[in-house]
Design a protein around this ligand. Structure first.
Ligand SMILES: *Cc1c(COP(=O)(O)O)cnc(C)c1O
Length: 377
């Protein structure tokens, strides 16, 4: 068996798209919301979000998070304001809040679906009150968040909501709609090469609130609300035409990609009955990789199991271990609530390989080797 990488990015092949590349050259538009980008945004709305709302592309999801958080803050930010988010997420979520001038405040997660814990969020909102200006829940590993609950939280506490849906492109909610469709707040997706919707570097901000999306678009172009005249905070987050072309090409085969990954994910689950898996909140969840929990009682052997798998030619990862509250920069700069579930889940997490080209036989081999190493004393 040849070595199995953790991820094996396979974006659409630009080398076979000479004609489309020539079109971009002939248009003379290489960025700044050119024709490929406009077509890509319209296609996303019709194919993913059922024709409603609006979206703006960004050069990556981290910039999308920064813009979406900043767009909902007042011109002059009160020092010491918090962005409430789970500690069980990727570093980008906290970095984005810090760049927007806020202090991340970490809440715990639910023990079963690993989404931000409703109780923990409520407790921290009680404790920190009006100093929390935005809540940034992460749709963990592509799962579905209860968006109605966040709309209710926003009303009750007068706070803004920004959804980190970085891994959720391709996820269908219980009504078979693309996750986020109809959301009144910004929902940010990553289209990075390693995500399920693999391009190179790209992201998209979606919302049912069209005015909000136009404000974020303006901010993503230096805050130029008038020609070369900044009327808002801004930076450059625009997507290039070549990157938009990759997005358009990816849309063509995306549904098959998500469905194939779902089958392979189920195969892991069936092969590893004693492992913990995220409980299902979606009708169909997009899978970037396979997050599993090693059985209770062998968590302390996780690192040696990972080493043994490497020797067997199998590369794994550990999302999210360390979690944010265990990373030195965030420990120094952020506020940390009680995290019992986050600590317990993070200690057992083992991310297993998935890609568009991995085979069922390779997955069976990975599971066989993993079970063997788990039984070794
Ligand atoms: C991948 C990811 C991001 C960052 O996306 P980029 O497009 O790489 O900037 C942010 N948050 C989470 C949870 C992610 O998994």
């Amino acid at each position: 068996m040849k070595a199995i990488p953790f991820l094996k990015p396979r974006p659409p092949r630009l080398s076979t798209e000479v004609r489309a590349l020539a079109e971009i050259e002939a248009s003379g538009r290489f960025s700044n919301f050119g024709p490929k980008n406009t077509e890509f945004e319209h296609s996303l709305i019709s194919k993913i979000f059922e024709g409603g709302g609006a979206c703006v592309t960004v050069a990556n999801a981290t910039l999308g998070l920064m813009l979406s958080i900043r767009a909902q803050l007042p011109t002059h930010i009160t020092p010491g304001s918090f962005a409430l988010m789970p500690a069980y997420t990727f570093a980008a979520t906290a970095h984005a809040a810090i760049w927007a001038g806020l202090t991340p405040l970490f809440c715990d997660i639910e023990p079963d679906n690993w989404l931000p814990s409703a109780n923990s969020e409520e407790q921290l909102l009680q404790k920190y009150g009006s100093r929390v200006s935005v809540i940034v829940p992460y749709a963990t590993f592509g799962a579905c968040l209860d968006l109605g609950r966040y709309a209710e939280l926003a009303r009750r506490h007068s706070i803004s909501v920004v959804i980190d849906a970085a891994a959720s492109m391709g996820t269908l909610d219980r009504d078979a709609r693309g996750f986020g469709a109809g959301a009144p707040f910004p929902v940010i997706f990553s289209l990075h090469a390693t995500k399920t919707f693999a391009t190179s570097e790209a992201g998209v901000v979606y919302s049912a609130d069209r005015d909000l999306i136009e404000r974020i678009r303006t901010m993503s172009n230096f805050g130029f609300g008038e020609p070369r005249h900044a009327t808002m905070p801004g930076l450059n987050a625009k997507l290039s035409e070549v990157a938009a072309l990759l997005g358009l090409l990816r849309l063509k085969d995306f549904d098959q990609i998500v469905n194939r990954r779902t089958l392979l994910y189920d195969r892991y689950r069936k092969n590893l009955p004693d492992f913990g898996f995220q409980t299902q909140t979606a009708l169909r969840q997009a899978h970037q990789f396979v997050p599993a929990l090693v059985p209770n009682g062998i968590a302390m052997r996780r690192d040696s199991i990972v080493t043994a798998l490497v020797e067997a030619g199998i590369q794994t990862a550990n999302y999210f271990s360390p979690h944010l509250a265990q990373q030195s920069y965030f420990r120094e700069t952020c506020e940390i609530g009680p995290l019992p579930n986050t600590n317990a889940i993070s200690a057992r997490t083992l991310s297993l390989p998935l890609s568009d080209s991995i085979s069922a036989e390779e997955i069976d081999y990975i599971c066989k080797m993993l079970l063997f190493e788990c039984q070794m004393q």
